[in-house]
Design a protein around this ligand. Structure first.
Ligand code: M6R
Length: 371
């Protein structure tokens, strides 16, 4: 489908439309794939089950936002699925030798299914001995779906804006389905599967709640209009969420944005922090919160302006130099999906103020078909 056949409706940009489509897109990704509190076996074809039953390792390859989805999924694969997981940028995967693990599934992730680096990495993986491949893709008729043994479509609907939004969140949902499918043959107990599925089912409503932060985010976007650099920080599974937030901001607003694991700030990046460098933190209410708070204190004592996207139970209150944006209470497994929504909105609202071409940022194309 081309731009011409997708209506913009009342929205100013496809990016905003696609951000707001995420509750429906999440529903579509899950459609027909859950029954009660379980994953439907035929989500993947019969042969897929034959492969899944001996898989103990996965190697994810992808680019850009799709790579960030893979980094988030690595935590889910190892913690919930009991499967060892490695994630590599597709353009780098081919630049080195690999020791190919036994019983390994290559997982490629791509919105378009036409990203040259991802296709080339899959080809290389086959050549060096990886035997099984699964792709998570939004385009049914694409080079990647043709080249992969197992295909899981995200059903996000056409994504027109160069910045990936609903493609990214539906990739995460699809990856959780893969975690369940693999985990069933490894460490995933039935009650854990039920817990994941319950949280998946709650996603459309939870994403809608997160979208309600838009008005507040629009207000704080003003703080960034004359800033040239920003830092994004997160810990654990929320570090790649911070990476995704930084990528979104830099690609559509042209503000320099870098993401760091919160614990790394003191090893160098903290030197850059001053009143001209806003720091954006992702703060779920998890076991890493205490450490995150100590990083945030380091930022504040250097005069840095902190903007924190926080779980309401994380114990943050706004203060001078500290803006707290509280989401509705967020369940642990789906937290990375929910925390992504305000970061997308923040990037969009800042780009709007800066007057950039939001849907077609300079120097970028939607589908990168050259290496
Ligand atoms: O179509 P793909 O998912 O393979 O594309 C990968 C990247 O080019 C893409 O995610 C890119 O980083 C986005 N513009 C980010 O918003």
């Amino acid at each position: 489908m081309t731009t011409n056949t997708v209506e913009l409706g009342d929205y100013c940009h496809y990016m905003l439309k696609e951000i707001y489509e995420q509750p429906g897109a999440a529903r579509n990704t899950l459609e027909g794939r859950l029954s009660g509190n379980h994953l439907v076996a035929k989500t993947f074809d019969f042969e897929a089950e034959e492969v899944f039953k001996f898989i103990t390792n996965v190697q994810v390859i992808a680019c850009g936002s799709s790579y960030h989805a893979g980094l988030i999924a690595r935590n889910w694969m190892e913690e919930l699925g009991g499967v060892a997981a490695s994630v590599e940028v597709a353009s780098e995967f081919r630049n080195r030798s690999h020791v190919v693990p036994e019983n390994c599934l290559i997982i490629t992730i791509s919105q378009s299914g036409e990203t040259a680096d991802t296709l080339a990495a899959l080809k290389y993986a086959r050549e060096i001995g990886y035997q099984h491949s699964l792709c998570i893709c939004n385009v049914a008729e694409s080079s990647l779906t043709r080249e992969s043994d197992i295909v899981l479509l995200t059903h996000a609907g056409p994504e027109i804006s160069v910045a990936s939004t609903k493609a990214f969140t539906t990739q995460l949902i699809a990856l959780l389905l893969v975690v369940i499918a693999l985990g069933r043959h490894n460490a995933l107990a039935a009650e854990e599967e039920e817990r994941i599925v319950r949280q998946l089912r709650s996603l459309p409503a939870k994403i809608s709640e997160a979208l309600q932060l838009d008005a507040r985010i629009t207000e704080i976007a003003e703080k960034f209009s004359n800033k040239r650099h920003t830092l994004f920080v997160g810990r654990g599974i929320h570090y790649p969420v911070a990476m995704e937030g930084a990528l979104k901001l830099k690609e559509i607003s042209y503000i320099h944005a870098e993401a760091f694991p919160a614990g790394e700030l003191k090893h160098g990046p903290l030197a850059m922090v001053d009143s001209e460098m806003p720091v954006i933190a992702v703060a779920p209410n998890d076991e890493l919160l205490k450490k995150l708070k100590s990083t945030m204190q380091q930022v504040r004592t250097r005069g840095g302006e902190l903007i924190v996207f926080a779980d309401p139970h994380a114990g943050f209150e706004g203060a001078d130099g500290l803006t707290v944006i509280k989401a509705a209470p967020i369940d642990d497994i789906i937290a990375p999906i929910i925390f992504t929504i305000p970061l997308q909105l923040l990037a969009y609202r800042i780009a709007l103020i800066k007057g950039t071409d939001v849907d077609n940022p300079r120097n970028l194309v939607k589908s990168v078909t050259v290496e």
